[in-house]
Design a protein around this ligand. Structure first.
Ligand code: FES
Ligand SMILES: [Zn+2]
Length: 121
């Protein structure tokens, strides 16, 4: 069996609406991951690309968050209508979807233009 060439991690973490960080899947239905999985199957990529549900990827303020490995490309604000473009452009044509990519200054930083310092920090 061929090994997977890409892993697409889709955050499906749900938090209560009052949580100040928000979350990637307020309804807790995992729809985005289901759409990726379906689209991969339709493109004949089921054997080589895996779309997994993920817990919080700690980029909540930029969500819904998706990260694709081995490239380590982070996407934010991903909507259902972006799924096909990500698969066609990033996976098939090896061209990341720039308009959805998180800026380097937004990743793993305690503060960015979208993220305020947490009270406990
Ligand atoms: S809830 Fe999705 S990154 Fe934290
Ligand atoms: Zn940011």
């Amino acid at each position: 069996m061929a090994k997977f060439e890409h892993h697409i991690f889709v955050c499906t973490n749900q938090r209560p609406p009052e949580n100040p960080r928000g979350c990637c899947d307020p309804e807790g239905l995992g729809n985005l991951q289901i759409l990726f999985k379906k689209a991969l199957a339709e493109c004949g990529l089921k054997a080589t690309v895996r779309a997994n549900r993920s817990g919080c990827l700690d980029q909540c303020e930029h969500g819904p968050t998706v990260v694709i490995y081995p490239e380590g490309v982070w996407y934010g604000g991903v909507k259902p209508e972006d799924v096909t473009e990500i698969i066609e452009s990033h996976i098939i044509n090896k061209t990341p979807v720039t308009r959805l990519m998180l800026a380097d200054g937004c990743i793993n930083t305690p503060v960015c233009q979208h993220k305020q310092p947490r009270k406990s920090e």
